[in-house]
Design a binder for this molecule. Structure first.
Ligand SMILES: O=C(O)CCC(=O)C(=O)O
Ligand SMILES: [Fe+2]
Length: 208
């Protein structure tokens, strides 16, 4: 049984509409199951024990859910919805707006649009899976652009390891060809995100 912290906070979510909490709780349960399957599949794809990422996240891993609302913006050419960053989570599951796109990912110094896929989830590798996989999975820098004609709504669920337990590269993913890239870290989001304010990528601070 996983003690997701979000259940402790469910009483603070809106009571209106009446079905909101019930529907949202079911949604969280399913996102939790999805995150377990994803973390196992990602480990399996690297030929390591399927639980090696999940076990590092621990039974007391957290899921922070955030509803993002992007209002109309008359100057999308100069205003960003979310400035460039990589997520500090292990993984993020993003339910994008059904129709309005805005999410962009940085690759080779170029921004690429991610299309809106109705009811599809966008799975984003976070810094902590990059660390656990010793840099094999990359946590992408992304941003959100604004829109002058359409509002946009998204739901982001950030799954992060237990803050009391350290994480680090899986031993089997460290070898002569791929020496250890990252240190073991603890409470990454809290300790490392100060680098973000300084315009640096927090994951750089976790490099050996
Ligand atoms: O709302 C979105 O499309 C993405 C938001 C995001 O990147 C974040 O909250 O970390
Ligand atoms: Fe993000």
């Amino acid at each position: 049984m996983c003690s997701l912290k979000i259940y402790e906070k469910l009483q603070f979510w809106p009571q209106n509409p009446e079905c909101f909490r019930e529907v949202f709780e079911e949604c969280i349960n399913n996102l939790n199951l999805l995150s377990v399957s994803l973390l196992k599949a990602m480990a399996t794809s690297l030929n390591v024990d399927e639980n090696c990422f999940l076990d590092q996240c621990g039974e007391r891993r957290t899921m922070v859910a955030r509803f993002n609302f992007y209002p109309l913006c008359p100057r999308p050419d100069v205003v960003l919805g979310v400035k460039p960053h990589a997520d500090g989570s292990a993984i993020t599951i993003l339910l994008q707006d059904k129709e309005v796109e805005g999410f962009q990912v940085l690759k080779d110094d170029q921004w690429f649009r991610v299309p809106a896929v109705p009811y599809g989830f966008l799975v984003i590798v976070g810094d902590q899976v990059e660390i656990m996989s010793n840099g094999i999975f990359k946590s992408p820098v992304h941003r959100v652009v604004m829109n002058a004609e359409r509002e946009r709504n998204t739901l982001a669920a950030f799954i992060s390891p237990d803050t009391d337990v350290g994480i680090g590269p899986v031993e089997k993913l460290i070898n002569e060809e791929r020496p250890r890239v990252y240190k073991d870290v603890k409470n990454y989001v809290e300790h490392f995100f100060q680098y973000y304010q300084q315009g640096r990528r927090p994951i750089e601070a976790a490099m050996i």
